[in-house]
Design a protein around this ligand. Sequence first.
Ligand SMILES: NC(=O)c1ccc[n+]([C@@H]2O[C@H](COP(=O)([O-])OP(=O)(O)OC[C@H]3O[C@@H](n4cnc5c(N)ncnc54)[C@H](O)[C@@H]3O)[C@@H](O)[C@H]2O)c1
Ligand SMILES: O=C(O)C[C@H](O)C(=O)O
Length: 327
Amino acid sequence: MSEPIRVCVTGAAGQIAYSLLYMIANGDVFGREQKVILTLLDIEPMMGVLEGVVMELSDCAFTLLTQVIPTADPAVAFKDVSVAFLVGAMPRRQGMERKDLLSANVKIFKVQGEALNTYAKKDVKVLVVGNPANTNALICSHYAPTIPKENFTAMTRLDQNRARAQIAQRVGTDISNVQNIIIWGNHSATQFPDVANGTANGKAITDLVDTSYLQSEFIETVQKRGAAVIAARKMSSAMSAAKAAADHVRDWWLGTTGTFVSMGVLSDGSYNIPKDIVFSFPVEIQNKQWKIVQGLNIDEFARGKLDITTKELLEEKEEAMAICNAN
Ligand SMILES: NC(=O)c1ccc[n+]([C@@H]2O[C@H](COP(=O)([O-])OP(=O)(O)OC[C@H]3O[C@@H](n4cnc5c(N)ncnc54)[C@H](O)[C@@H]3O)[C@@H](O)[C@H]2O)c1
Ligand SMILES: O=C(O)C[C@H](O)C(=O)O
């Protein structure tokens, strides 16, 4: 059993955190041999609710959970953390796009970037879940100049999981038999869920499923799944978002084995995506370092989709920087 690591979850009194904290404390993210100290950040008015979450964590009697520190102070929450799940942000309501949250949420990520820069370990791994996740991750990293840019990522794993589940149902196979579907771009309705390199039961998905479905209904279902959940639940996805956050950080911490996963990462210009936007790419991970999978074929259909989501991310970046510079 190794020394405990400090792990911060923001928005810890909210609905995603309620599922996510269980998975972290249960060993589903860092493995069954890794003890954790959880620092739980939320805003001052939520401290009473957070106290209830702390009671429940205690009552779960997790053997890997060494200590729980609830706080409304980022300096306490981020002190010496190895991993930060940045969940705390306003969720969208029915009829909104995620980018409509920019003005409300981006300032949170500016402040938290500055706090991570001052208090966290320099090799801290940051996952931004709060929407609009890609642009919030970009802003967070911008305000944390002493932490390497590659340590800031945005969550598109929920989109990958959704895409995988849709294809498994369509083909009539188990999820575990579906691999290498890629989410390109923004965690938004412009994202491109791409099956060109994907397999189901070891065969190309493009040979098993008709192109007209793959190029229209499939893409739209994944792009609009978050809105469909909101329409049905009257609240945004939480259990599936927590599972995706756990999957994302588990793979970052423990590595991938021969398959791709999708993560929003700072573009290095791969696939002609402009540098300096946080864009979801297929990555492989070893020794806690992700690498963008290179050399995949991008046909004309795919290039058109990549251009649309790139344009949206460039617009979001401009708006976010304007908001931050005005404050
Ligand atoms: N990337 C994804 O795939 C994905 C998936 C689902 C939800 N989300 C986003 O995650 C975010 C959280 O969703 P939720 O359902 O848990 O919302 P929620 O409203 O249930 O919880 C959010 C929590 O964050 C807290 N909070 C607000 N400002 C904070 C701050 N400055 N510091 C710390 N905590 C703060 C709130 O008090 C609240 O407890 C939303 O922005 C939502 O849109 C992203
Ligand atoms: O759709 C939302 O607003 C929440 C989340 O981003 C999702 O994809 O479910």
